[in-house]
Design a protein around this ligand. Structure first.
Ligand code: S3P
Length: 186
């Protein structure tokens, strides 16, 4: 990306943080660091932060403490993260569920990575992950569709929706920047 273009965009952002939201497997955690690097922003992965603080995997937290406990931690961490400007934050797919979280997300710019369903289901089928207890032992396709059905209108409340297919993370990061630049201009 042309540095002149990127620097102009960084100025336009005026330190506003960027929150990546979207379904599991949509590429929030892989795209976030690349986006942060281009923008010279700090980077936080919300799930990773929770795992570091609790010294447990997300899966273990769900098993031992339950989903509500995890969701409360998610909110508490988000509340801390928004104190830092110029940060790209990759959130967990369910962060949008609590109304309270939107109050925090709205302090930055919310970007929905809207990934093609077929691509993501194949991806999730192939990855065994300790961070996705909601899909564990389930029919990934059915469960994914069920969760997406409940959440799609909530994700749609993002400031920006970026359609994702099978592009690499750098292309996605650049796509986000171009779309955001367009959005901020208007
Ligand atoms: C969740 C998504 C996960 C993780 C947790 C719950 C969800 O994060 O926060 O398993 O409710 O969609 P990713 O979206 O990074 O997989």
């Amino acid at each position: 990306m042309d540095p002149k273009f990127t620097n102009g965009f960084i100025n336009q952002l005026r330190g506003r943080s960027i929150f990546l939201i979207g379904m599991m497997g949509s590429g929030k955690s892989s795209t976030g660091p690349v986006l942060a690097e281009i923008l010279k922003y700090k980077y936080v992965d919300l799930d990773e932060l929770i795992e570091k603080l609790t010294k447990k995997t997300i899966d273990k937290i769900f098993i031992e403490e339950g989903e509500k406990y995890f969701r409360d931690l998610e909110t508490q961490c988000l509340q801390e993260i928004i104190k830092f400007p110029s940060t790209v934050v990759s959130t967990g797919g369910g962060v949008v569920l609590k109304k309270e979280n939107w109050g925090f997300l709205r302090q930055g710019i919310v970007v929905w990575l809207d990934i093609n369903q077929q691509v993501v289901i194949e991806r999730l089928d192939q990855t065994k992950s300790d961070s996705r207890p909601l899909l564990k032992g389930k029919n990934v396709k059915l469960m994914y569709q069920e969760i997406f059905e409940i959440r799609k209108d909530i994700y749609a409340q993002a400031d920006l929706r970026v359609e994702i297919n099978n592009e690499g993370v750098k292309s996605i990061a650049e796509k986000i920047i171009r779309a955001l630049k367009e959005k901020i201009k208007n």
